[in-house]
Structure formats: C-alpha cells, structure tokens
Design a protein around this ligand. Sequence first.
Ligand SMILES: Nc1ncnc2c1ncn2[C@@H]1O[C@H](COP(=O)(O)OP(=O)(O)OP(=O)(O)O)[C@@H](O)[C@H]1O
Ligand SMILES: [Mg+2]
Length: 249
Amino acid sequence: MNKDTIMHDAPRSIVSEAIRTLRTNLSYKMSQTGDKIFLITSSASGEGKSCIASNLAISFTQSNSKVLLMDCDLRKGRQNQIFSVNSNVGLIDAIDNKKICPDSVYNDEEIENFIQPTYIPNLFTIASGNIANNPSELLENKKFDAILQSLKNKFDIIIIDAPPINIITDSMILCNKVDGVIIVCAAGITKRESLVETKKKILNVGGKIVGVVLNRMPSDKIKDYSKNYTKYCDDKIVKVYRSSFKNMP
Ligand SMILES: Nc1ncnc2c1ncn2[C@@H]1O[C@H](COP(=O)(O)OP(=O)(O)OP(=O)(O)O)[C@@H](O)[C@H]1O
Ligand SMILES: [Mg+2]
C-alpha cells in the first residue's frame, strides 16, 4: 500500500478516517467563509506535507469535489511521481512561458495546457515542472497571482503542496496568496521552537492558519494524546488537530 495515496488504496483505514476528519473540518470552514485555496506547509523537510496534500486532495474527490492539487514545491516537488503525471509540464513552465500574456493579464485557456488529470476521477494536478533557477521570484511574479485567480474559477478546492517554511522562503511568499494555511508537524520530530517559528512566520506575512496536522504519530503514544485531540489513528500516520491554534505554543 502506498502511504501517499492511502486515501484511495485503503479508504476504510483509520488513517483515512483521520484525513476525512481534516476534510470535514475544512469543508465546514469553506461553507462558512467561501475559502477555497489551502497551502500545506511545515517547519522542516520530510514531515509529511506532500503525503498529507495528496491524501487530502483524494479525500475531497470522494466527497464529489473537483480538486486541483498544485505542486508549488518548485525545488523538489514530487506530486508528479505520486500520481504518475508528466513532470515536464508544470507551474514553472506556466509562469515562465513566453507565449503567455505578460504581467497580470492571463488567458484563462492557456493554463489548461498545464493541468493534468490523474487516475483519480475529479483529481487534477499541476506539477512543479521543469527546474527553475529562480523559484522564489517565479512565485512572486504577478502571472502566478493571475494563474491562481483563473484556477479558482475552475475548481471547488485547490490544495497547494509547498516546501518547508523554516528552510526556504517560498512558502512565506505563498501564505497571503491563499485562503488558509495548514501546518504539518511530525510527532517526536518537529521541535516546539520550530513550530513556534513557523507560526510566527506565517502570521507575519498575513497568512491565516486554519489547521495543524500531527503526522507520524507512534501508536504507543496515542493514549497520551487522546484527551487533547479529536481523532487519532493506528500506526504512525496521521492525527488531526481541530483547526485552531488554541492549544499550540
Ligand atoms: N505518517 C507517515 N508514516 C510513514 N511514512 C510517512 C508518513 N508521512 C509521510 N511519510 C513518508 O515519508 C516520506 C516523506 O514524506 P513527504 O514527502 O510527504 O514529506 P515532505 O514534508 O513533503 O518533505 P519535503 O519537505 O522534502 O517536501 C515519504 O516517503 C512519505 O510517503
Ligand atoms: Mg514535499
């Protein structure tokens, strides 16, 4: 079973149930606020951002949403591998494409060339694309804003997979372009100070934190956490924290 697509491979697993809880919380928020674009980030590398992003995207298709999973990790994006789509057509190419209109004007149809269907019905992806020398500058480009606006009209929800915020500036650039930010942290790995730093960085650039996912939860620790968390699951995968920072450092 592939952990990155567990929501599809084992939809009845406890892990999938935890992802579903995250989806339910987000859906509620979306219905109240009209929010549509969510960024998944974390403090450091390997905490599970891409895995949570892919599974969350799959889970929204299961509630009949048309979903776009956008790989904004322009340095080491791997959503193209997870869903076996073409890695040579992606966001970098869309922003850098000389044929595409200059500045903020963006032809709605052009972006269609970069959206790829996946084997999951109703799940589409924009891969990160060819290697860029200047990923941060690409995300700051007005074309990116125009692309995002155009995509907003084509999908029910857009989930953005992003790089770690304490290492690379790209996620900070993205924070205020999205409707909400979800932080992934890894149980027993993410340091408290890193999480505090992450929270500060997001808030400093006007990002709205809508949830925290505690990933890589060891099964023997589950009981300790069960009082504070809404849902937990077996072996080491996902634990979902209700969407506020109330109890966070
Ligand atoms: N809870 C988990 N249990 C076991 N393996 C996991 C879990 N979460 C993620 N993984 C695996 O760990 C690896 C790293 O996860 P992932 O790529 O999602 O991290 P990331 O935060 O996106 O890393 P990066 O910052 O490098 O992009 C992947 O192989 C993924 O399948
Ligand atoms: Mg990743």
